[in-house]
Design a binder for this molecule. Structure first.
Ligand code: SAM
Length: 290
C-alpha cells in the first residue's frame, strides 16, 4: 500500500480518473484499487457492468451512473459534491476513461472550476495493441471509432491517404468488414494492417496482413469477426509524389478504362507524368478493382 493512500486515510476532495481492466481482471493497479476503496462515490459508465469489478475486488462503494446521455446534467451534481468535500472516482466500462469513453465534459468543467483532477493510470486498448503490434510506435495517430456513415468514413480515409504515422482505430465486430472494404478502396489492397483482437482475454490474437488479404480472412469465417478489435493501419511509407486530385481522377478513370489509357488521360488533365501515374496504378490499384 502506498504512503499516500493507506486504508485509514480520508482522500482529499478531488476527481480521480481511474483506469480499469480491458479484459483480464488482474490488469488493475494497486493504487487504482486503493482509490476505489476509499473514495466517497464512484461515477461509472454502466453501474451493473462495473459492479462486477467492484465485487471481484470486494469494494463496497456507492456508484452513480455517468454516461454519454447524462454527463452534462451529472457534472453539476458531481462538482457540487467535490466542492462540499467529497472525493469522487470516475471509471468507464473498460480501460482509461475519456479515451473513446465519457468524462471529457466532467474533467473540463472541474478544471474550469479549479477542482483537482488526478489520473490513476492503467490499461488502455490503444497502448496495449500498439505495444505488441510490431508497427512503428515512435509517433502514432489515435482516431477512435470510424464515422458510421458511408461518406464520412470514406472522407476520413481519404484524408489519411498520405498520413505517415501508424493509425489506431477502435472498431466494432459489426463494421469491421465494411471498414476493411473501404480501406482497400481508398488506401489500396496492399496497405499493411494489424488487428489486435480480444486483448488480455483468453482468445487474444494479432493478425498482420495487407488490407486485401485481411478482408478475405475476415470474410472467410463469421468467428473471425467476433470480439473486440483494435485496428491499426501502417502509415504511408513515402510521401506521395502525385497530388491527391491526380490520384482521384486516375481511380475514377480506371473504373472505365484500361490502366494505360486512364494514366495517359489523367496525365493530360492534371499536367502530370503518365509513367508515374501508370506505375502508381500498378502498385496500388488491383486489376479487378471496381
Ligand atoms: N476506454 C477504453 C480504452 O482505454 O481503451 C476504450 C473504450 S471504447 C468504448 C471500446 C473499444 O475499445 C472497443 O470497441 C474496442 O474497439 C476497443 N477495446 C476495448 N477493449 C478491448 C480489448 N480487450 N481488445 C481489443 N479491443 C478492445
Amino acid at each position: 500500500m502506498s504512503e499516500k493512500t493507506s486504508l485509514s486515510t480520508k482522500l482529499p476532495a478531488k476527481l480521480y480518473i481511474v483506469a480499469t481492466p480491458i479484459g483480464n481482471m488482474s490488469d488493475i493497479t494497486y493504487r487504482a484499487i486503493e482509490i476505489l476503496q476509499q473514495v466517497d462515490l464512484i461515477a461509472a459508465e454502466d453501474t451493473r457492468h462495473s459492479g462486477k469489478l467492484l465485487s471481484y475486488y470486494q469494494i463496497k462503494r456507492t456508484m452513480l451512473p455517468l454516461h454519454d446521455h447524462n454527463e452534462r446534467k451529472r457534472t453539476n451534481v458531481l462538482l457540487d459534491k467535490i466542492k462540499a468535500g467529497q472525493s469522487i472516482a470516475l471509471i468507464s466500462d473498460a480501460g482509461t476513461p475519456l479515451i473513446s469513453d465519457p468524462g471529457y465534459h466532467l474533467v473540463n468543467q472541474c478544471r474550469e472550476a479549479g477542482v483537482d483532477v488526478v489520473p490513476i493510470p492503467g490499461a488502455c486498448a490503444t497502448i496495449t495493441a500498439l505495444s505488441a503490434a510490431g508497427l512503428p510506435t515512435d509517433r502514432f495517430l489515435f482516431e477512435g471509432f470510424f464515422p458510421v456513415k458511408e461518406k464520412a468514413k470514406l472522407d476520413k480515409l481519404t484524408s489519411l491517404i498520405e498520413e505517415p504515422r501508424t493509425m489506431v482505430f477502435y472498431e466494432s465486430p459489426r463494421r469491421i468488414i465494411d471498414t476493411c472494404e473501404k480501406i482497400v478502396k481508398v488506401l489500396s489492397f496492399k496497405r499493411k494492417l494489424v488487428i489486435a483482437r480480444e486483448l488480455t482475454k483468453i482468445f487474444e490474437s494479432f493478425y498482420h496482413l495487407p488490407a486485401g488479404e485481411m478482408l478475405d480472412w475476415l470474410k472467410q469465417d463469421e468467428d473471425h469477426c467476433r470480439g473486440e478489435f483494435v485496428l491499426m493501419i501502417a502509415g504511408c511509407e513515402k510521401q506521395q509524389a502525385i497530388p491527391q486530385t491526380g490520384l482521384t481522377t486516375l481511380k475514377i478513370l480506371k473504373k472505365e478504362l484500361p490502366l494505360k489509357k486512364a494514366a495517359a488521360l489523367t496525365a493530360k488533365i492534371h499536367n502530370l507524368k503518365k509513367n508515374d501515374l501508370y506505375k502508381w496504378g500498378l502498385e496500388n490499384l488491383s486489376a479487378d478493382e471496381d
